[in-house]
Unconditional design. Structure first.
Length: 329
């Protein structure tokens, strides 16, 4: 970690693998919708708006010299967290501290601030994929930071609306209408804010109707969550929480995500306590403040990857404002 070789042949191999991964993403309708949603949510040119793997243009010209320079500037112990998990032998922690204490803190600290979300109304962005028999549909929204008082309640509401198999979105779009094999919704925390997202793969001929139905289900005005839905969502979230820590590798992964986002190790426990204490009124209020209101105000982001020739006409006939979209990848 302190003195990596970064041989040119190794950098070239990983550069080729990264470019191949981008080609695979371009061949996947779901991946393209996901990339498109990032660029629909965040201001163009910001880091959050770009694929985490980089773009073909940014990767193609990389060489070992540039990679070494990046390592020397950023991959330093300054502000880093070392995480060990497992049946640790005696003396390992002290020995590890001794080894890493020899690594000088001469790197640069990031001054990154909160990314800027796109402002204004939200047209339906259609990524053309001629010949597709189905379309991948994504809904997205920038949410509050993890320390928002409504965070736990928003988690519960999201689980009830689209997180669980028996959620409203799945029961409606899959079980009742048969538009899709499954639809999901989730809420993910980042360092400065969060993101609400929902996605499904839907047959071309019913995409417009499915989008309209999904928006109706996401707007809780007039049909708020019921006590039994909230109770079921709480039970589900609390029950699956320990499964995220069932191996040493899982513990390291989860703890690493917390450290990277600047969360305290006890954040998960705090969230779960909040989830367990969430009332039906709190769940409805939190979801309405973020998601349902955005539906009514037409600011919920929608990205669809599919055959534009089959999708645009029905979407516009159903009242959606559509614009073509070509994500940067």
């Amino acid at each position: 970690m302190r003195t990596p070789a970064y041989e040119e042949r190794d950098v070239e191999r990983h550069r080729t693998l990264a470019l191949t991964e981008i080609e695979q993403m371009r061949a996947s309708s779901g991946s393209m919708a996901s990339v498109g949603m990032r660029q629909a949510l965040w201001t163009a040119g910001t880091r959050h708006a770009l694929p985490s793997t980089g773009t073909a243009q940014s990767i193609a010209g990389l060489d070992a010299t540039q990679v070494r320079a990046f390592h020397d500037r950023w991959w330093r112990p300054d502000g880093s967290t070392l995480i060990l998990a497992g049946d640790l032998p005696d003396g390992l922690v002290d020995r590890t501290a001794e080894v890493f204490s020899r690594w000088p803190s001469i790197g640069s600290r990031s001054n990154a601030g909160a990314p800027r979300a796109r402002a204004g109304g939200a047209p339906v962005r259609v990524i053309d994929r001629p010949g597709s028999v189905a379309a991948d549909v994504s809904f997205g929204l920038v949410g509050p930071a993890h320390d928002d008082p409504q965070w736990s309640a928003l988690q519960v509401a999201t689980e009830a609306v689209g997180g669980a198999f028996g959620s409203r979105l799945n029961l409606s779009l899959r079980e009742r209408l048969g538009y899709t094999y499954g639809v999901s919704a989730s809420l993910s925390a980042s360092r400065f804010n969060s993101a609400f997202g929902s996605s499904a793969s839907i047959r071309n001929e019913v995409v417009a109707a499915a989008c309209r139905e999904a928006l109706d289900q996401l707007d809780l005005d007039g049909h708020p969550l019921r006590d039994e839905e909230v109770s079921s969502a709480i039970d589900s979230l609390i029950a699956i929480a320990p499964l995220r820590y069932d191996t040493a590798g899982a513990i390291v992964g989860q703890a690493g995500a917390l450290a990277a986002r600047g969360f305290s190790p006890d954040w998960i426990n705090q969230v779960n306590r909040g989830i367990a204490a969430t009332t039906t009124d709190q769940a409805n209020e939190a979801f309405d403040a973020l998601v349902s209101r955005s539906v009514r105000e037409h600011t919920l982001r929608m990205v669809i990857c599919g055959d534009a020739g089959q999708l645009v006409g029905p979407l516009e006939a159903d009242g959606f404002r559509v614009e073509p979209f070509a994500p940067i990848l």
